[in-house]
Structures are given as structure tokens and as C-alpha cells.
Design a protein around this ligand. Structure first.
Ligand code: SF4
Length: 323
């Protein structure tokens, strides 16, 4: 349904008065394909390029190079009706609902506006459909439609964000850390709601998260990003059970487990994520990698495939998989 091939995104950044500009590569040669009705989780630490990739897939920022297509049509060819259809089909839900909800408008008006502007419904039709959408996301329209966003809890605002995204009858939603700001019980409710909506409407999700527990719960397929590149991808169950990249391995060990008795000793990542302005040579992960050897400092590891389309970019993937 939506495909990106060899995507690169560079930003020019100003270093300071006398230091000139530099090139920051936020996304480095990433290929991604989203099928109808599937959930792909994009995981990694802050600064790994997940949100930049999500924004490119939404058409919010252009790629520096590489190709993006929606239902077989290149993004650059999406014009007129095709572009309007793309804008309706592809929606976003963000962690910060203030990015999608107008704080000066009541909840009912916030949900009605895409119905009026994207679907061209009359004001009366929009009001009735907005009430149905609020009900679908578990909010009583009689209670909530007249309130302002600041009068709602974080979980309720995220439900409104979902209702607003659903107003355009989307096929694909980029959900960028949608539950990160919520407490654990509300987080579980929102994830369950998203799964129910997906089953009802055959929605596809790109679920961007730094939380492996969330990715494990919601996604069938996972892509792990580090410093702008995908270092591992595959079926989520395979990747989490037998990671083939030390970065994924470290993330899985650091993730909390429900039963403390079954917790494995966490091998924390060494140091912080390096600056993308001066990425390390060879394997970008080598300064932090407990498996690193001399070759890792000089040679970029090729992407290799194991069973079920499980891919990893590591010279020593077999040893990592073997634990
Ligand atoms: Fe670690 Fe080397 Fe594999 Fe990179 S290639 S992840 S440094 S073992």
C-alpha cells in the first residue's frame, strides 16, 4: 500500500557563527513497505530517525533521495483528487495531542472539521458523524463534545485524537509515540482500542515507539533503527525472541518484564547515542557494542537475512542470535 525505497533525509544544520553549516543525515537508506491491515513497529532510542521517517511517509517532509509511492503512484505524481485521497487515507496520531487538537475549539468542533473539509459533509451530517466517532472511541458525545481539550485527561485527549484521525476514513495511520505520555492502565486501554479499530476498518499502522513492551504487544513486524539506519527487522516474535543485532539484544534485555523473578540481567548499552553529525566509521554501533571487534571499526556490516525475512546488519549476527 505504501512503499519507501532507499530513503535518505538530510538536514542542513548551522553549527555556529564561525563554524558554518553541516549535513545531518537523519534517515540513511531505509526501505519500508506497509501492507493493508498490518502493524509495523518502528523502535529505537530518541534521535534514531524514527519520527523523521514517519513524517516522510506522511508526506509532511520531502525525502532528500529515494522513492516513495502510495498504491503504486509516486508521491511526486499525487496531484488533484489523488493527492486529496492520499491526505484522507493517511493520517497521524501524535504523542502530544496539542499538535492535532485546536485548544480553542470544543471537542465536537475538533472532530467535525475534517468531516467538513476532507469529506465535505454538511454541518448537520458532520455533527451526527462526530458524535458516532466519539462513541466509537469510548467517549460519550453528550458529555465530551462541548468540552475543551484542556478539560480532558491525557487518555481522553488521545481518544479524541483517534476519533479525529478516523474522521477521514483512513487506510493507514502513523502513530508516533501515541501512548508514551499515558500511565500504564490508560496506555493498555488505548492500545486495545487501536487494535479494535484496526480489526473493524482493516487499518494499517506504523507504530513509532521507544518502548519494546508496546511494540511487542501491538506489532506483527518490527524495524529497529539506530542513528538513522535500520539495523534489524523481521517478524516481531522472531526478532524479540532471538535478536540478531546487539542493539536489539540490549533493548530487549533492558525492557521491563512483568515477572521480576524471570528478569534477565540487563547489559546496558555503553554510553550515549553518538552525534549524527559525526557518525562512527564502520558499524555505527561499534563504540557502544559489547560484541565489537576490529573489523567493526572499519567495515560497514552488510544486511543479511535469516529465516522468515528476519534481517540484521551485524558482522557477528550468528553469535548474537546464539545468545
Ligand atoms: Fe557490534 Fe560489530 Fe555487530 Fe556492529 S557489526 S553490531 S559493532 S558486533
Amino acid at each position: 500500500m505504501l512503499q519507501g525505497t532507499n530513503l535518505i533525509k538530510d538536514f542542513r544544520v548551522r553549527l555556529g557563527l564561525f563554524r558554518g553549516n553541516a549535513n545531518l543525515r537523519a534517515v540513511d537508506n531505509v526501505s519500508i513497505a506497509i501492507q493493508p491491515g498490518e502493524t509495523v513497529a518502528l523502535v529505537g532510542e530518541s534521535g534514531s530517525g524514527k519520527s523523521t521517517l514517519g513524517r516522510m511517509l506522511l508526506g509532511l517532509i520531502p525525502q532528500t533521495s529515494g522513492a516513495l509511492s502510495y498504491r503504486g503512484t509516486d508521491f511526486s505524481q499525487l496531484q488533484g483528487d489523488a493527492q486529496r485521497q492520499f491526505r484522507a487515507d493517511v493520517q497521524a496520531v501524535f504523542q502530544d495531542t496539542s499538535a492535532s487538537l485546536n485548544p480553542r475549539r470544543r471537542i465536537g468542533d475538533n472532530v467535525e472539521s475534517p468531516l467538513i473539509f476532507n469529506r465535505r459533509l454538511s454541518a448537520q451530517q458532520a455533527r451526527s458523524e462526530s458524535a458516532q466517532l466519539l462513541e466509537r472511541v469510548g467517549l460519550d458525545p453528550k458529555t465530551f463534545a462541548s468540552r475543551f481539550p484542556h478539560q480532558l485527561s491525557g487518555g481522553q485527549r488521545q481518544r479524541v485524537g483517534l476519533a479525529r484521525a478516523l474522521a477521514s476514513q483512513p487506510k493507514f495511520i502513523v502513530a508516533d509515540e501515541p501512548v508514551s505520555a499515558l500511565d500504564v492502565s490508560v496506555r493498555a486501554q488505548i492500545l486495545k482500542l487501536m487494535q479494535e479499530l484496526q480489526a473493524q476498518d482493516q487499518l494499517a499502522y506504523l507504530f513509532i515507539t521507544h518502548d519494546l513492551g508496546v511494540a511487542r504487544l501491538i506489532a506483527k513486524r518490527v524495524m529497529v533503527m539506530y542513528l538513522g539506519a535500520v539495523v534489524e527487522e523481521g517478524n516481531a516474535a522472531d526478532v524479540f525472541a532471538r535478536p540478531a543485532h546487539p542493539y536489539t539484544h540490549a533493548l530487549t534485555l533492558a525492557a521491563p518484564v512483568p515477572d521480576p523473578a524471570r528478569a534477565r540481567p540487563a547489559r546496558h548499552l555503553m554510553g550515549d547515542i553518538p552525534s549524527p553529525l559525526a557518525p562512527p566509521t564502520g558499524c555505527r554501533f561499534h563504540p557502544r557494542c559489547p560484541y565489537a571487534q576490529a573489523i567493526c571499526k572499519t567495515e560497514v556490516p552488510p544486511v543479511r537475512e535469516f529465516e522468515n525475512g528476519h534481517r540484521s546488519a551485524c558482522h557477528f549476527a550468528e553469535q548474537v542470535r546464539a545468545g
